[in-house]
Design a binder for this molecule. Sequence first.
Ligand code: FPP
Ligand code: MG
Length: 312
Amino acid sequence: MTMAIEAMRNGGERIKSGAIRRALNIVGWARGRAYRAYEKRLKDEIAARKLPEHVAIIMDGNRRYARKLGLSTDEGYDYGAGITERVIEWCFECGVKQLTLYAFSIENFSRTEDELEKLFELMRTEFDKICVDERFHKNEVHMRVIGNIGLLPESVIAAIRRAEASTERYTKFKLFVAVAYSGRMEIVDAMRILAHLVKRGLLAPEEIDEETIARHLYISQIEGEADAASSGAKTPVDLIIRTGGELRISNFVPWQALGNECTAYFCAPFWPEFRRLDLLRAIRTYQEREDERRQRSNSRVSKLKRLLGRDA
Ligand code: FPP
Ligand code: MG
């Protein structure tokens, strides 16, 4: 009799836990559907408005992500690299044509030997992947590295050169990877070129303006001094994204971002957690800022016209 009651009780528990599992599955499915519908709506919304021409990303939070999940730092970087590949694809999908990624700053050289070795290995792997990964060739990605690459180990420089050579002929999508990069150093390097030109009598100091400086920053230098050079790469940045919750730009593309009324989008997810939805939200934020800017300048123009009309 006791055994029969026990069996009934166990059966009841099984039914109950089965029902809970089914209910949770339904909730998960409904949530997934709502998420996809929201993502699709956002994608359509941004496609109908002007897209940022040049997006730059600070891929921060890889180690913190690993710590949060009890993984090794190396695993954090590997997951991060996976997201980097996905983000490039999401850019193709939504129509962004130029992306600059902050992969390794000058300050990063001060990390531990072990970490540096992992980061160099990651770069070798990722650059070698670019040579063979069909997505880069199908989407005609033109990849160039910006930064002081002479500071890197020979094997990394060789991998960079192989990747650049394998994508040299493409023009559809421009990918710049900032490695051994410092924004201030980029400005210093531009000034040195200008100083040499002045010294050789090829440029008068009074001829130097914002345009001259922009034409001597890394992207212009490697792609040809005119912005619309063979690859059509653009120096000014329209949207800068930083993951990992930090509210700083950290020596990344200062000239290109600041003079350009660039939109800064800071978000909480660590880089390996960054989703397509986060990218779409960042683009929508850029579009909203652009609309506000246009409205402000239109209202200034009409105010001025009204004033002039009254005075006339
Ligand atoms: C900063 O996170 C990120 C890096 C130093 C490197 C990230 C690079 C990749 C994910 C891929 C590189 C791709 C190519 C094509 C070379 P962090 O170490 O500062 O993390 P934390 O903020 O959690 O400490
Ligand atoms: Mg960091």
